[in-house]
Design a protein around this ligand. Sequence first.
Ligand SMILES: Cc1ncc(COP(=O)(O)O)c(C=O)c1O
Length: 404
Amino acid sequence: MYKLNENYLKLPGSYLFSAIGKKVSAYSAANPDKKIIRLGIGDVTQPLVPAIIQALHGAVDEMGKAETFRGYAPDLGYEFLRKAIAENDYEARGCEIAADEIFISDGAKCDSGNIQEIFSTDNRIAVCDPVYPVYVDSNVMAGRAGEYDKFRETWSNVIYMPCTAANGFAPELPDETPDLIYLCFPNNPTGAAVTRQQLQKWVDYACRVGAVIIYDAAYEAYISEPDIPHSIYECKGARNCAIELRSFSKNAGFTGVRLGFTVVPRDLKCGDVALHSLWARRHGTKYNGAPYIVQRAGEAVYSQEGKAQLKEQVAYYMNNASYIYHGLKEAGYTVSGGINAPYIWLKTPDGLTSWEFFDRLLENVNVVGTPGSGFGPSGEGYFRLTAFGSYENTVEAVDRIRRM
Ligand SMILES: Cc1ncc(COP(=O)(O)O)c(C=O)c1O
């Protein structure tokens, strides 16, 4: 008789967004006349910009002709895209990252879930609390998280680094020493960012204790302040201790197109073994490459027109962020984020729990957000709103909340 991977059975409840989806569907079915505004899930709403659409059309036409047809993509990604990334995302920022240290994928969710596979199950992970749930859940599935404490909502073998108002939502170095440290800045869900100096402290720490930082920079395009690093490789020594994850979802609207990449510098070694070779082996065995058409669309992100059009798109969402931030602040809410990230993190009023505030917003003003407690115990009493809606919906949602 076969057996299951029992680690899956340890996972509590359903994935946060499925739980929200179920609540919203039930409310909607019972109240079909209500117009619900969704500022919950971090999905974009604006269409792909013209430079990307043009690249997609061009690549589709190439696929229709024998001379330009392409089959399997190289497992690590097409050279044209890896070069464009190396030049624009790294060289232009003074970071030393070569094209062959970049692994193209179909998005940062898969990479952030899969990267743990190249590490021993004995490793201890450290995560921010609150946290993007994929980091923890993928380690639970792999058997690295220990046992779940349903009262504390924590895993016995995970080191939690609380990100609270008291520390400006930036984690402090943990008391216990981790092997793998997941950091995400600008942060989902809190919208907080760390300065280059703060991040350097983490790089120095990881190098000192022999840990690897898995740095998720999915929201890098939303940085507006000069001393916030766009990449961990802006820090000295990061080539020896950090893997960086990037996504085309939020900077270019690829949530439905799917494209991302992971950087594994060749200097990152465990003894004599380069992590680069392990990730290349994993990628080569389990992944058959992002589609040619999509990689050409990714290349267009770095064209002159693409860059200009995407700058406007990011500005559109950040204008929403500013509307939410200022609108709620004026209404007396305690808010943060929204300056270097498309997320606004607000303290729930009247001592409500995150889910109580979720229900109050859904039932009273038909606005959907994300309960902070769904991202970890330190998220309790907080609530996340995203700037990824349309401007009109964002304004209406904020005005409804203000009138509540
Ligand atoms: C921190 C973080 N990493 C990764 C992702 C997923 O990115 P992708 O769409 O590239 O899979 C998200 C999506 O919301 C995210 O918030």
